[in-house]
Design a protein around this ligand. Structure first.
Ligand code: 9D3
Length: 256
């Protein structure tokens, strides 16, 4: 997979892309990340990439010519690559969108800055628009990082078999159970006895119930989409969680 990232601050992305799983995937040739400096596609002695908004108002707007030239240069190398603009106006990013993006051979990620990009560039050259959440960032660079990170993890061979298991658990719509490691006693706090029992069934049941309890408390919106097996429903009933889960599922479906 090739990621071309178009930005006025490509340096911002260098060190996060040079560590851990992403760095390993790059060194193995599983991904290729091209940091494209938008300024290289701007004309004139000052290589200006932004200008004041027509109609007046706050802030600056990214000029259409450098953006278009930068995108066209990438499209010459990879004609099939979708052009994705990172913008607060985009569709809200999630794991499903990550799996969609992971099917492409190349992606062109355009990082917005200032108030945004000229509308004529967006209309003519952008295939998809993504926001990474309802909070204000200074620009699209960190959002592009999230996309590169989450998509890279989905590529075959990047994580190995641990990865496929992890992707499965995300598709369950339940939060993970709490984790414990040594020591068994830490500042008067014991590790739950179920996890020390060596009984795999007891451990699995403990973790399932802890997952459901956490999801009820923290992310009831996720539970609405979760389907439980007959055995799981029995477990929930025996542990007095069944009525609560049903109530939350009814409530959240109404809110949908
Ligand atoms: C302070 C400027 N805001 C005026 C009310 C609008 C605004 C413009 C540009 C807010 C943020 C940005 C820069 N953000 C992005 O380019 C961005 C972003 C984000 O801010 N949140 C979530 N996802 C994304 S993807 C790109």
């Amino acid at each position: 997979m090739v990621f071309a990232i178009i930005s006025i601050f490509p340096e911002l992305l260098v060190s996060p892309l040079a560590e851990g799983i992403i760095n390993r995937a790059r060194q193995r040739g599983q991904i290729d990340i091209r940091l494209v400096n938008l300024r290289d596609f701007a004309d004139g002695p000052h290589a200006v990439t932004d200008d004041r908004p027509f109609g007046g108002g706050e802030g600056m707007v990214m000029k259409p010519e450098p953006l278009t030239a930068a995108v066209e240069a990438q499209k010459r190398a990879w004609p099939k690559a979708p052009v994705i603009l990172l913008t607060p106006q985009g569709r809200l990013y999630n794991q499903k969108i990550a799996t969609e993006l992971a099917r492409h051979e190349q992606l062109v990620l355009v990082c917005g800055r200032y108030e945004g990009v000229d509308e004529r560039f967006r209309a003519a050259s952008v295939d998809d628009e993504i926001s990474v959440g309802d909070y204000i960032l200074s620009g699209g660079e960190l959002a592009a990082m999230l996309v590169v990170d989450s998509v890279t993890r989905l590529l075959p061979g990047v994580l190995g078999c641990a990865g496929s298991a992890e992707n499965d658990t995300f598709s369950r719509n339940l939060l993970k159970h709490p984790h414990y490691t040594r020591p068994r006693l830490f500042r008067d706090q014991e590790v739950p006895a179920e996890l020390l029992s060596g009984n795999h069934r007891q451990i699995a049941e403990y973790r399932f119930l802890a997952s459901v309890t956490r999801t009820l408390e923290r992310r009831p919106d996720l539970l609405a989409r979760e389907v439980f097996s007959a055995a799981e429903m029995t477990l929930l009933r025996r542990n007095h969680l069944y009525r609560q889960v049903l109530a939350v599922q009814r409530e959240e479906k109404r809110a949908d």
